[in-house]
Ligand binder design. Structure first.
Ligand code: ATP
Length: 680
């Protein structure tokens, strides 16, 4: 193995000007958009490091202390400025890649608080407060009640562990000789993976205790927080990606690769590649081999790895949609298609080269076990021999085969998620195909939707009630579109999806929510507004009929800039008894006296009980949105120290198919507030 280190460039003072040199880091920072952050000048020729293209691309086997990783987490937690965070992270990635390239993916996954990408099962640690308290009890010898008291004082479990470890220098009666050897990142990572694989609490505790004994206070703090799933370093996926792309750019330039890229391009490439292959281990490995520039060409979507789906923006009327595709400003006059917006579950079907079928949710979770009847997918092919592999985008809907009609979404949710046997299936489903992203190893993302439609219609034979193409209309007549919208609602759909068929807007853009796809729901026309998917942050105890359950909830929107959750309403309407029972059952184990540090709220809205994890989302409709002195949603963006709140919110459904990072963002809340008709 090559143990040579590549210290040359990274050990020198960084030659790119600090970001704070070009962008003033003051209170206006929150208004600085990402593009301006990225407008860091290219390395100027004079200060550019000497290109040494024969430098080794990879280095292995250098032990880096876990302490380094814990310390950067501590620094990030204590650095409120997003710009400064970007710099600190970039420096840290430089430090890692300089020492041992093979550890870059481990530290990235650690900072993202995951053992690996979402689509790989069994990588969940999922430690609740209860289990961590038990670990602390057994490790430090305190009583549970006393630990709970201390927890209230210090705020979170990581901080509590830090304190306990710091106070008790020689807690461990039987010191082994290993205790003085520093833990490396590699060792900590292996341990975390092993802990994920163990089944019983006893086994887990057995693995964690000896590690805690060898860790410094700051190491224990972030190790415990990682187990809990809440690193609280205030760095979103996006922030980590930007810093990583800058580090990659410099690494390439030292090696004479991708010389023409600047920070904006580097970020664009990494985002694009990540949206198609959301797995940092694969990306980093390939990057080291071929460099950032080539990555864009050579690392594209592949069957077996779910890509982030393309999403839509709401539009208010058929007229709005028409205007979008007949752009007077640019002169673009694209054809577009209206499709039924089915109310079911977004699904990506993958057929791998060996014939295996994988079904992924919009959250990239592997759902294959939920739909065993669909694993024989080839029965839908016109010609089996012509399909080696593919990726399909579509919606699965509950279907009444006797009455030949679509059933409501609620019926679909009654299906079991795991260990489903074909003979036990009561709720039949139909797949509505609306896109194809890859066929026989060829990416179709850059093709027009018109072409992609032609391709999938050639591949599949539609079968009523089993696999159908999304019902559609190609027309630019407003009255016709409105009638089609009415028809879709009568046919138990949510409304229409309006998509560009031809031109640049008709390509498939993974992970993007733009006006290339628009959703038109009946609700919008009535002025009620789009629904929002909001995070449950806390709850109020139920009274009367609701005694013993939660009577209402505090909800928030997501701010991806700093990974914070910002309150926007209390809600108590729209819940059935079943909903309340389910919510109580699911959220009870996350109850906590203290609010996680990334929850932004005002004391006037403090709930009776917090939830230590943003586990569930509720889809909510409201009468309108207004500025508020107590709610915090989009407070950084409104410019007047007020947040935005929802008036008369009503729950539509529990969204367990989205994680909290997919909740309605605070920026979207602001957009919805600004687009209200009464403000225009
Ligand atoms: P919503 O809460 O309205 O479902 P969302 O956040 O899940 O919104 P959007 O991008 O806003 O996602 O709306 C698109 C969703 O509509 C898709 O994720 C998919 O589940 C569903 N859908 C139903 N029919 C279609 C269709 N013909 N084309 C695209 N998406 C469709």
């Amino acid at each position: 193995m090559n143990k040579q280190r590549t210290l040359d460039f990274f050990s020198k003072k960084r030659s790119t000007p600090s970001i704070d040199d070009s962008v003033t880091d003051d209170s206006s920072e929150t208004k600085t958009n990402l593009m301006s952050i990225l407008k860091k000048p290219k390395l100027d020729v004079a200060s550019k490091p000497t290109v040494t293209s024969n430098l080794p691309m990879k280095t292995y086997d250098i032990k880096i202390n876990f302490q380094d990783l814990a310390e950067i987490c501590e620094v990030l937690e204590n650095t409120p400025s997003r710009l400064a965070k970007l710099d600190k992270l970039e420096e840290f990635f430089d430090h890692i890649i300089e020492k041992d390239t093979s550890q870059l993916d481990v530290v990235t996954n650690f900072l993202l608080n995951q053992l690996g990408p979402e689509y790989i099962q069994d990588l969940e640690l999922g430690f609740g407060e209860h289990l961590i308290i038990k670990i602390l009890q057994e490790t430090f010898g305190y009583k549970i009640a006393s630990l709970k008291m201390k927890l209230k004082e210090v705020g979170d479990l990581g901080q509590l562990t830090y304190k306990l470890r710091g106070e008790m220098k020689t807690v461990f009666a039987f010191k082994s000789k290993n205790d003085d050897i520093k833990i490396s990142i590699d060792e900590a990572w292996k341990a975390l993976n092993e802990i994920a694989k163990t089944n019983t609490h006893k086994e887990k505790i057995g693995k964690i205790r000896p590690l805690l004994s060898r860790m410094s206070p700051v190491e224990t703090k972030f190790f415990i927080r990682f187990l809990e799933g809440k690193l609280r370093i205030g760095s979103s996926n996006q922030t980590i990606g930007v810093s990583m792309s800058r580090c990659m750019m410099k690494y390439d330039q030292v090696r004479g690769r991708s010389m023409e890229l600047d920070a904006i391009e580097a970020d664009r490439i990494l985002r694009k590649v990540y949206s198609q292959v959301p797995n940092y281990s694969i990306i980093i490995d390939k990057f080291l081999e071929i460099g950032l520039k080539e990555l864009e060409e050579k690392l594209t979507l592949q069957p077996g790895i779910p890509l982030k789906p393309m999403l839509a923006k709401p539009c208010k009327s058929a007229l709005d949609a028409l205007a979008e595709f007949n752009d007077v400003k640019t002169g673009e006059n694209d054809k577009f298609i209206c499709e039924y917006k089915y109310d079911g579950e977004r699904i990506q079907f993958h057929q791998l080269n060996d014939g295996t079928i994988k079904i992924f949710s919009r959250n990239s979770e592997d759902m294959t076990a939920k739909y065993p009847e669909l694993v024989d997918f080839s029965k839908f092919y016109k010609n089996k021999d012509e399909v080696q592999s593919l990726i399909i985008d579509g919606e699965i809907v509950a279907y009444d085969v006797v009455e030949d009609k679509i059933l409501p979404f609620q019926i679909l949710t009654t299906r079991k998620r795991k260990n489903v046997e074909i003979e036990d299936i009561k709720v039949k489903v139909c797949i509505y195909v609306f896109d194809i992203l890859s066929l026989n190893g060829k990416s179709l993302l850059e093709e027009t939707l018109e072409e992609r439609r032609r391709i999938y219609m050639n591949v599949f034979e539609s079968k009523k009630g089993e696999l159908q193409f999304a019902n559609n209309l190609v027309s630019d007549d407003e009255a016709e579109i409105s009638a089609f919208l009415d028809q879709s609602v009568q046919d138990k759909c949510e409304g229409l999806m309006v998509k560009a068929l031809t031109g640049r807007k008709s390509i498939y853009q993974p992970a993007s929510r733009s006006k290339f796809w628009m959703k038109l729901k009946k609700d919008y026309l009535q002025g009620v507004g789009d629904s929002l998917d909001l995070i449950i942050m806390g709850a109020y105890y139920g009274k009367g009929k609701r005694t013993g359950f939660y009577g209402g909830f505090l909800l928030g929107s997501y701010n991806p800039d700093n990974d914070e959750i910002e309150t926007c309403c209390k809600i108590g309407t729209g819940f059935s008894d079943e909903h309340l029972e389910l919510l109580h059952k699911t959220m009870k184990e996350y109850e906590s006296e203290i609010s996680p540090s990334n929850y932004m709220y005002d004391s006037q809205t403090k709930p009776d009980i917090w939830f230590s994890q943003p586990k569930l989302l509720l889809e909510v409709l409201c009468a309108d949105l207004s500025l508020s002195p107590v709610y915090k949603s989009a407070i950084d963006l409104t410019g007047n120290n007020r947040g935005i709140s929802l008036r008369f919110p009503r729950m539509l459904r529990i969204r367990d198919d989205k994680d909290y990072t997919m909740a309605t963002s605070s920026e979207q809340v602001l957009e919805m507030y600004q687009s209200q008709s009464n403000l225009q």
